[in-house]
Design a protein around this ligand. Structure first.
Ligand SMILES: [Zn+2]
Length: 314
């Protein structure tokens, strides 16, 4: 696989299909600025049931004027096409979570090959990398941007992005798109949003504004970013695989919503059986804000249900 963005004409937009291998390919949108400059790489659809970022990339790409740009936008609106066409978070082919297998392998499973091709051909070219996620079909998350707490470049980009909520992460687990970027010393951001299989107009607007603000932040577009006032500064690892999990299958009756402030011990929800008997009750493990809540009420043992997050300095 060889992909040479520098061979495409400047001052134009290019809609491309990049072969990862004989079986799989990536849709690539390349806006080549009239003059050289930094490259913002943006991706969505790493999880196949998250749609806000897909639409944000399509709309921003349509609205950009490459003749005004000094540098490029290199975007992949749907990284995980197999999962996207099944509307699933995980790959229907190999069951993998694509956001846990980076940097991937050239001769591995389909997800590992996708990760490898996407990482080497696309992420590796970034001056700044943005991965657009959301709560997906099953989860609700705040509309927010996350950054590496120890990297001032990431924090500055998060401040410029223009989300109401920003989330600093002191540690980063391996396997993610953003951990691959970090391994190359590329500053990164990711987003979350309400999800639930829908595209809320406010979340779409937040992501579109964020992409454009990052182009201003990198000086690919002239003029300063127009960030929004930040309402919440969250802090912590925020691994959605951690947090409060279901011990068995059942029907979830929540008593909180995303971004609600809770105190330690407060009811988060109850799991009932089909006769309505309470099987499990969930309580906040600490004071904080609800940073993730299961929205799909049918749950199975091991599903993550809630994550309570602290605000910076809390
Ligand atoms: Zn995701």
């Amino acid at each position: 696989m060889s992909f040479q963005p520098e061979n495409f004409a400047r001052g134009e937009k290019h809609r491309l299909r990049l072969a990862v291998d004989a079986d799989e390919s990536l849709p690539v949108l390349l806006a080549r600025g009239a003059t050289p400059g930094p490259v913002l790489v943006a991706s969505a659809g790493v999880h196949g049931d998250e749609y806000e970022g897909v639409r944000a990339i399509f709309e921003v790409f349509d609205e950009l004027d490459p003749l005004r740009m000094s540098g490029d936008l290199l975007a992949v609106p749907v990284v995980n096409a197999p999962a996207f066409w099944h509307s699933t978070r995980l790959s229907p082919v190999d069951g993998a979570n694509l956001a846990r297998v980076f940097p991937g392998k050239p001769a591995g499973t389909l997800s590992e090959r996708l990760a490898h091709g996407f990482a080497q051909a696309i992420i590796a070219r970034a001056s700044l990398y943005l991965d657009l996620h959301s709560g997906g079909i099953a989860f609700g998350m705040p509309a927010m941007v996350g950054y590496a707490a120890q990297d001032p470049r990431g924090r500055a980009a998060a401040e410029a992005f223009g989300a109401d909520v920003i989330w600093g992460h002191p540690h980063l687990d391996p396997g993610r798109t953003i951990s691959f970027a970090a391994s190359l010393n590329i500053p990164w951001l990711y987003t979350e949003a309400r999800g639930a299989g829908r595209i809320h107009p406010d979340d779409l607007a937040m992501m579109k504004r964020g992409i454009v603000n990052l182009l201003h932040h990198l000086r690919v577009l002239p003029g300063p970013p127009t960030p929004a006032p930040i309402q919440h500064r969250l802090w912590g690892d925020g691994n959605t695989d951690a947090g409060v999990q279901a011990g068995q299958s059942g029907f979830l009756m929540k008593c909180v919503r995303v971004l609600q402030r809770v105190t330690a011990g407060q009811c988060l929800g109850r799991l009932v059986d089909l006769e309505g008997r309470v099987l499990e009750a969930y309580h906040a493990p600490a004071n904080g804000l609800v940073g993730l809540a299961r929205e799909l009420p049918v749950v199975r043992a091991g599903d993550p249900l809630f994550l309570v997050v602290q605000e910076e300095g809390e």
